[in-house]
Structures are given as structure tokens and as C-alpha cells.
Design a protein around this ligand. Structure first.
Ligand SMILES: NC(=O)c1ccc[n+]([C@@H]2O[C@H](COP(=O)([O-])OP(=O)(O)OC[C@H]3O[C@@H](n4cnc5c(N)ncnc54)[C@H](OP(=O)(O)O)[C@@H]3O)[C@@H](O)[C@H]2O)c1
Length: 378
């Protein structure tokens, strides 16, 4: 083989690469136009049927030597990049694609991949990995979110620091215990007395709480918080975030709890009324909010209050998200109340975490969609 013919072939490759580059950018420009049109017409940017059709005509037109399986891999990247461009160009209301942790190409993990995690015990049931990995994949963020079932929280914190973890969710039973192990917490987390979000900044770990934001967003799907009365069942960790949310948004909370000691302590702290659970029928309010675990899987037949009190409320919310519709919510619906499930609270505490960690607007619809679909098929 002469040097001349090698140079000639290399020049030919360069010409082809330049032509490919031009074609790829032309394709991307058309994809952006399609994305804008879809958004204007309220259509989903992600269209799995259309993407399947693309692979279908590629298979028909591919005459080699590249195998169709390799061609599909190349086009999967091209389609993924186009989709990202469409999302960037589209309005805030655009609906992100269905991609989940399972779709993530693990092969792309590298030493630069940012690692986020959830600390809890148990955590196997947690929907947070599915939700956050979906968002990372969708927005093309080089990051992964892992579940860690923790025995010793102190060691886990040291380990996270050593490994360069970028952020973490904290769940049951560590939301209070974590406070003494980190460098600072913000005013909100301090007032709630619990941390559900960690941000690692250089050598420091900062704690905050997004549960209350989830609670507020959830309740606001039912009625404005300001000026309304909320009867909060329970006085544990979830109740603290809910009561903080209600009172900081100008609503009035009435705490109803089984144990007088815990209930009245919470009521005193947030300057609210307290009523023992045994006297629930004497209480009146606009919205009933269950923050107890009563009715949670696997004891789905249980209700935290007698059926007859439910109909006295305009709206009923439950912090439980497994099942999506608790017995309480089913009865409330039957009684003509507006209802919201713990799914909303869970979703919005997570989307807020995502924004804190990445500085980006969370793809709310899609994060919700993957979690909802997973819960609905459980
Ligand atoms: N959707 C979300 O994002 C989200 C976030 C956080 C938590 N949650 C859910 O919220 C629920 C509570 O979690 P938590 O962390 O607040 O728990 P917690 O701190 O243990 O508090 C539980 C509260 O429920 C009351 N309670 C428990 N069993 C009861 C029963 N059989 N009858 C009457 N009251 C009862 C307890 O009353 P006493 O004071 O009398 O013991 C306590 O006030 C769990 O189902 C959790 O999964 C959901």
C-alpha cells in the first residue's frame, strides 16, 4: 500500500466526517423544530412509538457493512442528543421522556460521574433512586443515585466524605440523628428538627429539609393554605414537616395525636391547638391531613379516623404513598372530598432535592410518571 493511497483514503474519511457533521447538525435543527411544534401543540416530546419507527426504517435501509445492532447504538445516541436539544429549546411545560434507571447506560459511568445516594434502613422499597436516576438520565447529567441501607450512620457519613459523594437523601430512621453528624443545618431544618437532604460542599456537609415543600405543594393541589384550617393527624417526623409548611404559609394547624405528650409538645412548639385522637369528632377544619402510618402497606384496610368524621372536611390528604390510594382517601373520595395522596409530597420533596443538587429545574412530570407507574403496578 502506497503512502499516497493511504493519505487519499484518510482525506476521503475527513470529507465524509465533515459531511456527517453537517448532516447531524441539520438533523438536530429539524429535531428542535419538531420539539417546538410538539410543545406548542401540547404533545409529549418523548414519543417511543416514533423512536421505534426510526429503528424500523433504519433496519430496512441498512445495507452494511455496519451491523444493524451497531447502527441502532449509534442512532440511540443521536436520538438521545436530539431529545435533549428539544427539551432545552422547549418551554418549561414540556414533558420529559420516559427513561428510568433501568434504561441508563451503565457503560457511561466514569471517574467523573457524580454520586448521590439515599441513607435509610430499610431502603430497598425507596422510589428515590428510580426518580433521581430518571431525572439525571433525562437531562444528560453525568450522575448516579444509589440506595444505601445503613447500620452505623456515623460511619456512613465518614464514608460518604471519603468517597466524594455529592449529595444524599436521608430517610427513616435517620432524619433526626443525622443532625449531630453534619457541619451545619439551615433554619428550616432546624425548626422542623429533621434533615432529609445533604449537600456536600468541599469539606462541609450542609443539611436541609425539603419534606415541608413537598407537603405544601401537595396541600396546595387541594386548597390555598393561607386562611384555612388543617387538622393534622400524628405528631411524628412527617407531621413536623407538614405543620411547619402549613404555619409558614399562613394556614392554621390543629394537631390530633394518639399520645398526648408528643402531640401537645408539637402543638406548643408551633403555637397550635392540640386535641387527643379520642376526641377527633369534636374537631372541625377544612382539610384533614393524615401523617400517621395507619393505612400503609401491608395494613391497607386500616383507617386513622372513624369513617363518619371524614365527610365533615372539604379535603383530605394522606402522606402515605404506598398504597397510592389509602382506605382513608377512598372513603374521602366517596364522601365527596377533594383528595391528595402522599405521592405528591414524595414527588415534590424529591424534585426540590434535585434542584438543590444540580441547580437545574427538575423534570417534574417525568419523575412523577416513573414513580407513579411503579407504585401503580406494585
Ligand atoms: N410522602 C412522603 O414524602 C413522606 C415523607 C415522610 C414520611 N412519610 C410517611 O409518613 C408516615 C409517618 O412517618 P413519620 O416519620 O412521621 O413516623 P413517626 O415519626 O414514627 O410518627 C408517627 C406518628 O403517627 C402516630 N401513630 C403511629 N401509629 C398510630 C396508630 N396506630 N394510631 C394512631 N396514631 C399512630 C404516632 O403517634 P404517637 O405519638 O401516639 O406514637 C406518631 O405521632 C409514614 O407512613 C411515612 O412513610 C411520607
Amino acid at each position: 500500500m502506497s503512502k499516497d493511497s493511504l493519505d487519499r483514503l484518510r482525506r476521503r474519511i475527513e470529507d465524509l466526517d465533515v459531511a456527517l457533521l453537517k448532516l447531524l447538525n441539520e438533523r438536530a435543527t429539524v429535531a428542535i423544530q419538531i420539539g417546538k411544534l410538539k410543545t406548542q401543540n401540547g404533545l409529549s416530546i418523548y414519543d417511543p412509538t416514533r423512536e421505534e419507527a426510526i429503528y424500523g426504517y433504519l433496519a430496512k435501509h441498512n445495507h452494511g457493512p455496519i451491523k444493524i445492532s451497531d447502527m441502532n447504538r449509534i442512532f440511540s445516541e443521536i436520538i438521545s442528543v436530539s431529545r435533549k436539544l428539544q427539551f432545552t429549546a422547549a418551554s418549561d411545560n414540556s414533558e420529559p421522556p420516559v427513561e428510568s434507571a433501568a434504561d441508563r447506560n451503565i457503560g457511561v459511568l466514569s471517574g467523573n460521574t457524580a454520586v448521590y445516594c439515599i441513607l435509610g434502613n430499610p431502603v430497598a422499597h425507596s422510589m428515590s433512586p428510580l426518580m433521581h436516576n430518571t431525572a439525571f438520565t433525562l437531562l444528560g447529567i453525568d450522575a448516579i443515585y444509589l440506595p444505601f441501607e445503613v447500620e452505623d450512620l456515623q460511619e456512613a457519613v465518614a464514608g460518604m466524605k471519603a468517597l466524594g459523594i455529592k449529595g444524599a437523601s436521608v430517610t427513616h430512621p435517620f432524619k433526626t440523628q443525622i443532625i449531630s453528624l453534619i457541619d451545619e443545618i439551615d433554619d428550616t431544618a432546624e425548626k422542623i428538627g429533621a434533615v432529609n437532604t445533604l449537600v456536600f460542599e468541599k469539606e462541609r456537609i450542609r443539611g436541609t429539609n425539603t419534606d415541608w415543600i413537598g407537603a405544601v405543594r401537595c396541600l396546595e393541589t387541594l386548597l390555598t393554605i393561607q386562611g384555612h384550617n388543617f387538622v393534622v393527624l400524628g405528631a411524628g417526623g412527617a407531621a413536623r414537616a407538614v405543620v411547619f409548611g402549613i404555619t409558614s404559609k399562613g394556614g392554621k394547624a390543629i394537631i390530633v395525636n394518639r399520645s398526648g405528650k408528643q402531640g401537645s409538645a408539637l402543638a406548643e412548639e408551633f403555637d397550635c391547638a392540640f386535641v387527643p385522637l379520642s376526641e377527633i369528632e369534636s374537631v372541625r377544619g377544612d382539610c384533614l391531613v393524615n401523617t400517621t402510618p395507619v393505612g400503609m402497606y401491608p395494613r391497607e384496610d386500616e383507617m386513622p379516623v372513624p369513617k363518619r368524621v371524614i365527610g365533615t372536611y372539604k379535603a383530605v390528604a394522606d402522606v402515605i404513598y404506598n398504597p397510592l390510594q389509602t382506605m382513608l382517601l377512598k372513603e374521602a373520595k366517596a364522601a365527596g372530598c377533594m383528595v391528595a395522596s402522599g405521592f405528591e409530597m414524595f414527588l415534590y420533596q424529591g424534585t426540590e432535592q434535585f434542584t438543590i443538587w444540580t441547580g437545574m429545574k427538575a423534570p417534574v412530570k417525568e419523575m412523577g410518571k416513573v414513580v407513579y407507574e411503579r407504585l401503580a403496578t406494585k
